[in-house]
Design a protein. Structure first.
Length: 213
């Protein structure tokens, strides 16, 4: 896998456990990639040459099931590519602080700590969930020699019922991986990275342990 894809994929996937409410398509977003069940958009991010990404896709599972998968960060090393360590540092009723380390090929390990704020509300057809994250490295482990600390990351998951046991998932992310990776390489990688993230979540949603009641 090319360096530009492997690194950005690792960051996109690993940060998938967290989530701001997605902006409207007219708010500066332009379509970057489209398939039958997923559309990826990008837009400029103020004060940075890196672009913000948003993806909207349908997942064949109820919103509660998708929410359980996204929240199951302890399992990330088993099903999310490149995640080698994932742990919860603290938790409250509506938020948590979590640390992750990823190990993409060729570019070296990265790590970060984020604070995730969780919201939910009843809606027609079930429940809507929104997880929002922002970097919180001061609440996690100290930097380790040989591991690049990701110092800029923010984003969201918004999960809405889409009828017949389906979920409309809206994912946003803005992140700078650090380590001197050229901006144009990171900006070009979302077409591959985000679809792989959705594929990983779709597969995990089929496991019986997430079905519950």
């Amino acid at each position: 896998m090319p360096l530009r894809v492997s690194l950005y994929l690792a960051l996109v996937v690993a940060l998938g456990f967290t989530s701001a409410q997605a902006a409207d398509n007219s708010d500066g977003w332009t379509e970057a990639n489209h398939t039958d069940n997923l559309t990826v958009y990008t837009r400029p991010h103020e004060g940075s040459s890196l672009r913000e990404c948003k993806a909207i896709g349908i997942i064949d599972a109820d919103t509660t099931v998708v929410k359980r998968v996204i929240d199951d960060t302890a399992e990330y090393p088993k099903f999310m590519p490149y995640v080698v360590e994932s742990k919860t540092i603290s938790r409250t009723a509506d938020s948590r602080v979590g640390y992750q380390r990823i190990s993409p090929p060729m570019v070296g390990d990265r790590d970060y700590t984020v604070r995730v704020r969780c919201e939910s509300k009843p809606c027609a057809g079930g429940m809507t969930y929104c997880n929002r994250w922002e970097v919180a490295n001061d609440l996690g482990p100290a930097e380790v020699k040989g591991v690049t600390r990701v110092k800029v990351t923010q984003g969201s998951w918004v999960l809405e019922p889409a009828g017949s046991g389906k979920t409309k998932a809206t994912y946003t992310i803005f992140s700078d991986s650090g380590g001197g990776i050229p901006t144009f390489l990171l900006n070009s990688a979302n077409k591959t990275a985000i679809p792989k993230l959705f594929d990983a979540i779709r597969k995990q949603c089929t496991l019986p342990k997430y079905q519950g009641k």
